[in-house]
Design a protein around this ligand. Structure first.
Ligand code: ZN
Length: 278
C-alpha cells in the first residue's frame, strides 16, 4: 500500500529571479488559518497584483519559490486590520482542501516556513541575529556564522489491525467523538520501527508485529513529517493512561467513530485498512 498523491508542482527557490509571470501568489496566514477568496470554486489563494487592497493588512512577506511557475510568497495578517470583503479565513484542516491536495501541501510549506522563521531569528549558539541564505533553505548567524536549517520533526503514525478490526483511539486533545490511529514523535537515537513499537505500547499497552512502511506526508502542526506504518496486533490488552489517550478500542468497517480530516494520512490509512477506500 502506498499513500498516493500527485507530484507537487512546487519548485523551491531561495532568491527571486526575474520572472515573466504576471501573477504572484500570496499565502496569508493567521495561525493555522489561511486567507482565501470567498468566491473560490475550490481553494484559491489571492493574486497580489489583482488584490492590492491586501497590502495594508499583511506583514513582511517571504519568497518561497514557484507554484505552477507562479512566484509564491508567504506572510501573516496583522491582527487588528479587518479583512477585505471578498476574503475569508479557512482552517488548514478543512475538508475542502481535498479538491487540490497540491495546493494544500504548498500551504503546509508556507505555514512551516513561517514557524521556522519565527523560531530562528536569533542564533542558538551566540544569540546574534540570523539572516536568510540565498543559495539554500537555511539561515546564517551574523555573529558566529553558524548555518541552521529548517526544523522538521519526524513522527510515526501507525494503523494496528487485529483480523478485520482496526485500533482507534481518542486523544485528550481531539475534538469530541473523533478517533484516530496511534501517532507520536520519534525520539533521538531511535529507529522508526522502535518508535512504532514504543508509541503503541506507551499509549495503549499492546505489542505489535509485522511493521510495514505505508507512506509519508508533511504536516503543519509541530512542523512534523508524518511517516505512516501498518502493523499487526501481537499481544496484550488495551490499557489507556486516561491522560494523553482517553479511550481506545477495536473497530470494523460497519462500526467506527468520527475520523480525522480526509486530507490527512491518518484518514488514508484508516480507510485503507478498514476497506473503505474507493
Ligand atoms: Zn551565532
Amino acid at each position: 500500500m502506498e499513500y498516493k498523491r500527485e507530484d507537487i508542482p512546487f519548485r523551491p527557490e531561495y532568491k527571486e529571479l526575474e520572472t515573466r509571470s504576471e501573477k504572484t501568489i500570496l499565502l496569508i496566514y493567521k495561525k493555522n488559518h489561511m486567507l482565501l477568496l470567498k468566491a473560490r470554486k475550490n481553494v484559491e489563494a489571492p493574486d497580489e497584483k489583482e488584490h492590492p487592497e491586501l497590502k495594508k493588512g499583511i506583514k513582511e512577506k517571504f519568497f518561497m519559490g514557484y507554484f505552477r511557475e507562479v512566484p509564491c510568497y508567504c506572510t501573516e495578517w496583522q491582527e487588528k486590520v479587518p479583512i477585505p470583503e471578498a476574503f475569508e479565513w479557512v482552517y488548514l484542516n478543512d475538508a475542502s482542501w481535498i479538491g487540490d491536495k497540491n495546493f494544500f501541501f504548498t500551504c503546509v510549506r508556507g505555514r512551516t516556513f513561517l514557524n521556522w522563521h519565527h523560531a530562528s531569528r536569533f542564533c542558538g549558539y551566540c544569540g546574534e541575529q540570523t539572516t536568510f541564505k540565498e543559495d539554500e533553505r537555511a539561515k546564517r548567524c551574523l555573529g558566529c556564522g553558524n548555518v541552521s536549517y529548517p526544523h522538521i520533526a519526524p513522527a510515526i503514525i501507525v494503523g494496528v489491525t487485529k483480523g478485520d478490526k482496526l485500533l482507534l483511539a481518542h486523544n485528550a486533545n481531539f475534538p469530541e467523538g473523533l478517533y484516530s490511529i496511534i501517532a507520536g514523535y520519534v525520539e533521538q537515537g531511535e529507529s522508526l520501527e522502535q518508535a512504532v513499537r514504543r508509541e503503541v505500547e506507551e499509549e495503549v499497552g499492546i505489542k505489535v508485529k509485522n511493521i510495514k512502511y505505508y507512506g509519508s506526508t508533511p504536516w503543519y502542526n509541530g512542523d512534523s513529517l508524518m511517516l505512516g506504518f501498518t502493523a499487526e496486533y501481537e499481544s496484550g490488552e488495551i490499557t489507556v493512561d486516561h491522560e494523553e489517550i482517553v479511550d481506545a478500542n477495536w473497530y470494523d468497517k460497519d462500526n467506527f467513530p468520527i475520523l480525522p480530516s480526509p486530507i490527512s494520512i491518518a484518514h488514508q490509512i484508516i480507510t485503507d485498512l478498514l476497506g473503505l477506500s474507493k
